[in-house]
Design a protein around this ligand. Sequence first.
Ligand SMILES: Nc1ncnc2c1ncn2[C@@H]1O[C@H](COP(=O)(O)OP(=O)(O)OP(=O)(O)O)[C@@H](O)[C@H]1O
Ligand SMILES: [Mg+2]
Length: 375
Amino acid sequence: MSVTQQQVLDVLSKVRTPRGVALTEAGVLSAVAATDGKVFFSINVEASEARAWEDVRAQAESAVRAIPGVTTAMIALTAERKPGSTQPPRPTGGLRPASAHRPPPQPPGGSPMSRQAAIPGVAAVIAVASGKGGVGKSTTAINLALGLRALGLRVGLLDADIYGPSVPRLTGIHEKPQLSDDRKMIPIERFGLSIMSIGFLVEEETAMIWRGPMVMSAITQMLRDVVWGTLDVLVVDMPPGTGDAQLTLAQNVPLKGAIIISTPQDLSLIDARRGLAMFKKVGVPVLGIVENMSYFQCPHCGTRSDIFGHGGARHEAERLGVPFLGEVPLHIAIRETSDSGKPVVVSEPEGEHAAIYRAIGAKVRDQLQGVIAAA
Ligand SMILES: Nc1ncnc2c1ncn2[C@@H]1O[C@H](COP(=O)(O)OP(=O)(O)OP(=O)(O)O)[C@@H](O)[C@H]1O
Ligand SMILES: [Mg+2]
């Protein structure tokens, strides 16, 4: 049974705002997306009024969930940043109590860990980030997750790249997550990983139009309204770049560390430096840099050519005092396996590429040793 936008608007017209106006008349709704029984929209309000609106959000969510045929309803309460404010926009509602009651931000230098609630059962959340798009962040994120898994860890993968989720393509997963009895999403199990992506829930075009605050709200739900179970490491594939959305994410997700992916080109390294600066600003330790597409490896003869003047990332890491985690060659097998939904670490586990990702995974594991062992 398909649910139409009009059906959603009809039920929303019966929900009242704090001022007693019909929700559909209050000028606060984003476009309503209703596809395959999945409904998404945001309620955008003044930050100062956000608390009063949380109840409206909850009522709207229950009303939408009660429509026959609705399988998922993700309704975010978002507050606009006031002009002139230097703080990035913050989601204000639709969150689990743990994050809704977060204490105020600490001054720079304070531990970021203390202000975000941990995810129960998850020992370490780590971000895979890049200063710019297209450098192989998602490919590295999944193969690193699989590398960690091959080392015997319990691993999850969260695709937080809301602008262009690639995990459905990388894993070949096209099914939708089921809901648990308490209406949390059950991650999809593939290759021994627990996987969640916004791409399982919305069409790619829908994901593209989401704005900063709504992005954060959706990510918070994917992080906290998911039955992750017990994990040693949850790898988060971040949206590319270092804009507001990324910064907000870095501030609001309880990260134990971040890994920066760079290609050897100068331009990418400048972007990588921006990524490093961003994590430094929010007090998240950088676990290291991975140089992707480091050198070209001929698929026929295996000969290596340093077409990009390789080694830049290693030097940069040394200069900045950040660990260098490894070099991944530009190789057609990596591209083909990524793009066909069978990442190289599982499709060619005995191969040299899998070994490289496992070695990167081992360095990451060693840095998280205390955290994982304590869990
Ligand atoms: N080491 C590699 N060798 C060959 N191809 C690669 C390698 N790493 C990534 N690719 C390919 O490059 C393309 C971009 O990679 P990927 O999607 O992982 O990048 P991304 O940084 O996540 O991009 P986006 O910014 O769009 O999210 C993909 O087609 C992928 O298969
Ligand atoms: Mg990507």
